[in-house]
Design a binder for this molecule. Structure first.
Ligand code: URP
Ligand code: ZN
Ligand code: ZN
Ligand code: ZN
Length: 488
């Protein structure tokens, strides 16, 4: 039956190790990984000779079915996940947006949207205001609802943006709950000023988006968030690192021993801002996201930082709007819904750019596309590994096959693709999710409702050593206080 599966003769790759082995799967779980496994006739056998057998991708950053900037992202939990599976991603973590400031209402709304899921998913939660109720709801989310990360927006003034006072409260709360604080790092006040400048100059097109929020505003907010997280002594996760400015702040903090995770997204790694100047609005508008896609040079520097380990995992920020939705900003770049596609393209583009071009090893590829995400969000080795006992979320990638990206053939509902026409080496020929073949290289076999909600427990390894550091800090404060008291 289809619930028993043997993947024969491939090179099995984990983040720590690779070897030629067979993988035997039963009822959605990997049962054994070893050479020459013999099975009966009732087992479906897939030949992976000459190919890589790897953990399915985990996308740490998506926005499916999100209400945003006067509209709603066009990929819902079914279409976005189907696209993901066709591209070798078998789990994603989406951002719950509170409803009227209520985390509980937001969580319930997202659980309802996600009922049609065809792959496993988890949630981060955005924090957009602060009071005693929010603080209490954060506890409930962590202790009862399986959420272990909260995103704070330093940009989107007037809607999602929060002030430093709230960020500090949030960081303290995250620390006490063992939850990871995530930050959208752009200075929202300065962005508003930059936008005003552009409008005053008569720049209303998509290029005004990039010009109004330059890398310095991302660098400032990244540095500020890092320093405040250091002050509170809590780990920090910087989402969508788009610029050298932000990356260098992260590198500096890591050098000083601070726990900062940097997440680049595919668009920031492989695209540059040139199309924002395209006179065809429809083309230019599809590249509008925040922080903006940067000038040539930033992407290459982010790739290098990824290969050095300064940046640890790759997301997409998949947040799709079709051309009609993007046209909401035809007269004013400030009204163009922010976001680009990527959930289906990430695994291929990262393989081609990082492995095929010789920047990282195949084991590193598994680490940055899957394992590191599972570790950070505390679901390893259930996810992110091909080990006995892990969930059977597996891809077979043929390094000698090639891919081509087009809106005409992609599975997202959006009518454009920011990677239109890109070709590369390395193709996901099979995706297995929950022990079932859902993608065979040309056709999807997905059913709404087959995806599971993955609860993510608090206090990941990032929290190791925090208490010790706090104790050391306190005793370093006490000594001078004692001296001061003795003197008076
Ligand atoms: O442009 C973007 N990034 N849209 C999604 C919302 C966010 O800030 O992640
Ligand atoms: Zn091994
Ligand atoms: Zn963001
Ligand atoms: Zn995002």
């Amino acid at each position: 039956s289809s619930s028993k599966l043997l993947i024969k003769g491939g090179t099995v790759v984990n983040a720590h190790h690779q070897e030629v082995a067979d993988v035997y799967v039963e009822d959605g779980i990997i049962v054994s990984v070893q050479p020459n496994i013999n099975v009966g006739d009732d087992v479906t056998v897939l030949d992976a000779t000459g190919k890589y057998v790897m953990p399915g991708g985990i996308d740490p950053h998506t926005h499916l079915e999100m209400e945003f900037m006067g509209t709603e992202t066009i990929d819902d939990f079914f279409s976005g996940q189907a696209a993901a599976l066709a591209g070798g991603t078998t789990m994603h973590i989406d951002f719950v947006i509170p409803v009227n400031g209520s985390l509980t209402a937001g969580f319930e709304a997202y659980k309802k949207k996600a009922k049609k899921s065809c792959m496993d998913y988890g949630f981060h939660m955005a924090i957009t205001k602060w009071d005693e109720i929010v603080a209490r709801e954060m506890e409930i989310m962590v202790q009862e609802k399986g959420i272990n990360s909260f995103k704070f927006f330093l940009a989107y003034k007037g809607s999602l943006m929060i002030r430093d006072e709230l960020l500090l409260e949030g960081l303290k709360k995250c620390k006490s709950l063992g939850a990871l604080a995530m930050v959208h790092a752009e200075n929202g006040d300065a962005v508003a000023e930059g936008q005003k400048r552009m409008i005053d100059l008569g720049v209303t097109g998509p290029e005004g988006h990039a010009l109004s929020r330059p890398p310095v505003l991302e660098g400032e907010a990244t540095a500020r968030a890092i320093r405040l997280a250091g002050f509170v002594n809590v780990p920090l996760y910087v989402v969508h690192v788009m610029s050298i400015d932000a990356m260098e702040e992260i590198a500096k903090a890591q050098k000083s021993g601070q726990k900062v995770v940097g997440e680049p997204v595919v668009s920031g790694l492989v695209l540059d801002d040139s199309e924002l100047w395209n006179p065809d609005f429809t083309i230019a508008a599809k590249y509008v996201m925040s922080p903006p896609i940067r000038k040539p040079g930033h992407g290459k520097a982010l790739q290098a930082a990824l290969s050095r380990g300064v940046l640890q995992l790759v997301g997409t920020d998949h947040c799709t709007f079709n051309s009609t939705q993007k046209a909401l900003g035809i007269d004013d770049f400030r009204k163009i819904p922010n976001g680009v596609n990527g959930i289906e393209e990430r695994m291929h583009l990262v393989w081609d750019t990082m492995v095929e071009w010789g920047q990282i090893s195949v084991t590193d590829y598994v680490r940055i596309t899957s394992t590191e995400c599972a570790r950070i969000f505390n679901i390893y080795p259930r996810k992110g590994a091909i080990l006995a006992g892990s969930d059977a979320d597996i891809i077979i990638l043929n390094p000698n096959s090639s891919f081509e990206i087009t809106a005409a053939t992609h599975h997202s509902r959006t009518d454009t693709n920011v990677y239109e026409g890109r070709k590369g080496k390395g193709k996901v020929e099979v995706t297995i999710a929950g022990g079932k073949v859902v993608w065979d290289g040309s056709a999807l076999k997905v059913a709404p409702g087959s995806g599971k909600y993955i609860e993510m427990p608090p206090f990941s390894h990032l929290f190791n050593g925090i208490e010790k550091a706090d104790a050391a800090y306190l005793s370093s404060l006490r000594a001078p206080v004692r001296r001061l008291k003795a003197a008076t």
